[in-house]
Ligand binder design. Sequence first.
Ligand SMILES: Cc1cc2nc3c(=O)[nH]c(=O)nc-3n(C[C@H](O)[C@H](O)[C@H](O)COP(=O)(O)OP(=O)(O)OC[C@H]3O[C@@H](n4cnc5c(N)ncnc54)[C@H](O)[C@@H]3O)c2cc1C
Length: 441
Amino acid sequence: MTRQAPMKYTWTNWSKLQRATPAKVETPWTSTQLQRAVREAIAQGSRMKAIGAGHSFTGIAVADDIQLDLSRYTGMVALDPVRRQVTLRAGTRLWQIPQLLADTGLALQNLGDINRQSIAGAISTSTHGTGLTFGGLASQVVGCELITGTGEVLTVSQDHHPELLDALRVTLGAFGILTTVTLQLVPAYDMHTVERHAELDWVLEHWDDLNTDHDHFEFFWFGHDREVITKASTRLPVSHTRPTRMARLRERAVDEVVMNMTLAGICQLGRVKPGWVPHLNRLATLGWGSSTRRAHWSTAFTSDRRVRFNEMEYALPFAAIPEVLAELRQLYRRGEISSTYPMEVRSAAADTAWLATNHGRRTGYIAVHQHFSQDHRQYFARIEPIFRAAGGRPHWGKLHSLTAQELATLYPCWDHALALRDELDPNRVFANAYLTRVFGT
Ligand SMILES: Cc1cc2nc3c(=O)[nH]c(=O)nc-3n(C[C@H](O)[C@H](O)[C@H](O)COP(=O)(O)OP(=O)(O)OC[C@H]3O[C@@H](n4cnc5c(N)ncnc54)[C@H](O)[C@@H]3O)c2cc1C
C-alpha cells in the first residue's frame, strides 16, 4: 500500500491546472493501514494530503510530501435502516452510493452536477447542488471519524461530541484525515425535470418564485444571450414503471451531444474566432433544446462533463442574485468579458456548518467557467470584485483570489475554526500552500 512515487510521478487535478510531485504515495485498503500511514507521517514530521477524485480546481488537494490516495478505501461500513443513516469509507465515490443503497429504498437528499467526487472530498469543500430547501452534501452529514494531526481518532456523531459536528462537516481537509462519513438519508424518490428556454429578464424577475415553486431550480446562461436554459425539478414518489432502455439511451445520447460534443466544438471555435462568441452563445442556447423527463434520484441530478474547463463560483446572499447578474450582463454588453461556456446559477438553504459556503444564510450560487484551453484569469478577475461587493464567499474547491484576512470577515465562526485547527493539527501535518493562504497560518 505504500509506494515511493516513481521518479516522474506527477499528479494533476481534473482541469490539469494544478500539479503535484509527491515524494511518496500511500494507498490504504484497510483502516489499520490508513491509521498507520497517517501516524507514520506524523512521526516522521512529514506533510500529508488526502486526495479524493482530484476534481477541485484550486490547489486544495496538492500534496508536496505524502499523497494519501483513498481511491481503494471505499464502500459501506454500516447502514442503520431505522435512523435511515449510512456510514461510508471516506474514499467512496458519489457514483458508488446509489449502488450501495440499491436495495434499501433510501436515497441521498441532494447532489451536484456530477458524481465523480469522493464523499470526503465533496463535503470538505462544501460541494452543493441546487434547491432552496436543501443544503449541500455537508448538510447531510450526521457523523464522521477523523484522524487528527496528533494521531488520535476522533469520532463525532449525534451521540458523541455532537458539538463538533458543525466544525467538522466542512474542513477543507485541514483538520485531519476523514476515515468515515455518516449521512442522513431520505426515502428514495423520482424527479420530474423540465428544461426550457426563458428570457433572462423574466427569470431574474421571478427568481424567488421559481426557487420556491420547485424543489430544485437552476439555470444556465451563455452571457451574450438574452435567453437562458432553466431546469426545474419536482420530487415524486418512486414509480415502478421505468423508462425503457431505448429511452434512457436516447436521453444519454442527447446529453452527450448537447453537453459535451456541441459545447466542445463551440469552445474550440470561440478560441480561434473570439469575435464569433456572441453568435456561438446564441447557437449554444438554441442547441440545448427543451425536454421533460422523469428519472430515479440516482440518475436525475448528475451528468457527464467531458469538456474540460476552469471554474470560479461564489456563494451570494440569495436575494442578491438578480442584481449581480444584471451587472454581469452589463459587462457582457460592453464587451468587457466573454466566454463560450455557460454560467450556472443555483440556490441552497442555510447551513450551520462553520465553513459551509451557505453558512447562516439562504444562498444563491453563480458559477463562471472558461474552457481549459483559454486563459481564465482575466475573465475571473473582472467578475470577482462584483461577487465580493455583494458579500460573496468563494467555493473552496473553485478558483478565487481571497486570503485569510478577507475570508475572516465572511465567516462568523472563523476564529473558532482557526482555534480548532490549532488544536487538531498543531504541527500542520495536513497543510499545503493553498490552506496556508486561506487560513493565513
Ligand atoms: C466537472 C466538475 C463538476 C463539478 N460540479 C460541482 C457541483 O455541481 N457543485 C459543487 O459544489 N462543486 C462541483 N465541483 C467541485 C467539486 O465537487 C469539489 O471540488 C470537490 O471537492 C471534489 O471532490 P474530490 O473527491 O475530487 O476532492 P479533491 O479535489 O481530491 O479534494 C478536495 C479536498 O478534500 C480533501 N480530502 C479528500 N479526502 C479527504 C479525507 N479523507 N479526509 C480529509 N480531507 C480529504 C482534500 O485533501 C482536499 O482538501 C465540480 C468539479 C468538476 C471538475
